[in-house]
Write a protein that binds this ligand. Structure first.
Ligand code: MEV
Length: 294
């Protein structure tokens, strides 16, 4: 039995536009998904709790899957199952063990579909746990690449490398197309406000793609986001000295989280008194990416 964990993320700049090759800067946060993998004779059995949905158990045998009994949109549950299923396929491929069976348990501190990178963290941790369980240790870069392939497939070809690279490497990263790098970041006092909602990343990305194909202003907006990212990168370094503050949505949208930068208690207090804000918490930058757990 092997356990691995990987962090969630917030975007400082660039979500959605990164799917079209613009740069983005996501940062890992100290909210992690933990995945335990142990060998079984065949197939895949997944138990997931704490994904802000009731725990569910799904059995896969020869590709058949059962719909877990949870109070959440079908598309989100299917996506959640899809990430684990495809992550295990990647682990089988990486270890040349196409028939390896697994029991997988997912425990995540990251709310599902809320813009905090829960699917990337689960996928990255699942690939690491399952490959280690088969005696193979992949580099974080290879885990990131394989996790990207999982997101790309589950989200119908609509994913960037940003979430998965950030989760595998930890810290702050910069992603532009296939060019993925870790970057130095100052201390970033994140405050996160969560409205309890969840969006389907694949569907939201597809929605943006349709808008971009249909309307020129949407294509221009995607390019403008790229410019904001380039300017924001410069501001990030200036913020080191200036104690700058700001707030924005994070992730695909459709419900979920805002992220603010504030080292005073004021944003937290304001969010606590904001109707519709279900939870408010601080999250430190997590400099550690995927890692094995005892
Ligand atoms: C979702 O966390 C981020 C998006 O840019 C999608 C992606 O990069 O794959 C919306």
């Amino acid at each position: 039995m092997v356990t691995a964990s990987a962090p969630g993320k917030v975007y400082l700049f660039g979500e959605h536009a990164v799917v079209y090759g613009e740069p983005a800067v996501p940062c890992a946060i100290e909210r992690r998904a933990q995945v335990t993998a142990s060998r079984r004779d065949s197939g895949l059995r997944v138990h997931a709790g704490d994904l802000t949905i009731d725990g569910f158990t799904v059995e896969y045998e020869g590709g058949a899957s059962e719909r877990p009994d949870v109070d959440i949109e079908d598309s989100l549950v299917e996506a959640g199952i899809g990430y684990v299923n495809e992550a295990i396929e990647q682990a089988r491929d990486a270890t040349d063990a196409p028939d390896a069976g697994f029991d997988v348990t997912v425990d995540s501190e990251i709310p599902l579909g809320a813009g905090l990178g829960s699917s990337a963290a689960v996928t990255v941790a699942a690939i690491d746990a399952a490959t280690r369980e088969l005696g193979v240790e992949l580099s974080p870069e290879e885990i990131a690449d394989r996790a990207y392939r999982v997101e790309h497939s589950v989200q119908d070809g609509q994913a960037s490398r940003a979430d998965t690279f950030c989760s595998a490497m930890g810290g702050a990263v910069r992603v532009e197309g296939d060019d993925c790098r870790t970057i130095e970041a100052p201390d970033l006092p994140f405050v996160i406000g969560y409205d309890g909602g969840a969006g389907d990343t694949g569907a939201l990305v597809a929605g943006v793609r349709n808008l971009r194909e249909e309307y020129e202003f949407a294509a221009d907006t995607v390019e403008a986001i790229g410019d904001v990212v380039r300017r924001g990168e410069a501001a990030l370094w200036a913020a080191r000295d200036a104690g700058a503050t700001g707030a924005k949505l994070t992730g695909a949208g459709g419900g979920g989280c805002i992220v603010a930068l504030d080292d005073t208690p004021e944003t937290t207090s304001a969010l606590n008194y904001t109707p519709g804000c279900e939870d408010t918490f601080r999250a430190e930058l997590d400099t550690e990416g995927v890692r094995p757990e005892e």
